[in-house]
Design a protein around this ligand. Structure first.
Ligand code: GSH
Length: 220
């Protein structure tokens, strides 16, 4: 049994689950994965066996239970400083935390209208004004980070910030969102990570189809 147990939802749809999963995989940390398919078979009761929030992801480390994706990423970054999941420079680290928090609490239009669905590619969807503004902000943020820190990832080396934006990268692929060259290059590098490919491959083996995550809008 591994030291860590990570409780996640469907790999096809659970954007919050992907974040700590990717950070832990990238860091090479061993963990047992417990997948609870969402919105069926009493998922709420099953998740509440692990966390009072009733939400995934949840990390269990012995007597310590952490629910919430960003809190889990922070915990593993603190527990494993040698994995360098945050940059050493205090200003870069603060910047990384600001953009991670911006993701954690924002971009609701993008998240609502372009749900994560790594099993599908649906080009030509109508992009709402709110989602368009979110996309523009994210593109500008990524481009600024890549210029400031020189890439290949947002803060230079892979960090918690990349894990936090990884579901957005998948949304841009699913909905074939047009990005600047810099942002597209970054998205391609995230998608090429072996851990991301592992997540995509596992999502294809899942059989649950959840209408609330399947794109319902009309094509543009
Ligand atoms: N702020 C939380 C959000 C977690 C969240 O909303 N998880 C969704 C799945 S992606 C969930 O568990 N939904 C099940 C439910 O609401 O019953 C985090 O960052 O972990």
């Amino acid at each position: 049994m591994a030291q860590y147990q990570l409780v996640i939802g469907n790999k096809a749809y659970s954007s919050w689950s992907l974040r700590p999963w990717l950070a832990m995989k990238y860091a090479g940390l061993a963990f047992d994965e417990q997948r609870i398919p969402l919105y069926q078979d009493n998922h709420d009761t099953k998740i509440r066996q692990y966390a009072p929030s009733g939400k995934v992801p949840v990390l269990i480390d012995g007597a310590v239970t952490i629910w919430d994706s960003l809190a889990i990423c922070e915990y593993i970054a603190e527990r494993h400083p040698g994995k360098k999941l945050w940059p050493a420079d205090i200003a870069a680290r603060a910047h990384g935390r600001a953009i991670s928090a911006e993701m954690h609490s924002g971009f609701s239009s993008l998240r609502r209208s372009m749900t994560m669905n790594v099993r599908r590619v649906i080009p030509g969807v109508a992009i709402t004004a709110g989602a368009g503004a979110d996309i523009a902000r994210i593109d500008a943020m990524w481009s600024d980070c890549l210029t400031r820190y020189g890439g290949p990832f947002l803060l230079g080396a892979f960090s918690v910030a990349d894990a936090m934006y990884s579901p957005v990268v998948t949304r841009f692929k699913t909905y074939a969102v047009k990005l600047s060259d810099a942002a597209q290059g970054y998205a391609n590098r995230v998608l090429a990570l072996p851990a991301m490919q592992e997540w995509y491959a596992a999502a294809l083996t899942e059989t649950e189809v959840l209408p609330q995550f399947e794109y319902q809008g009309s094509s543009a």
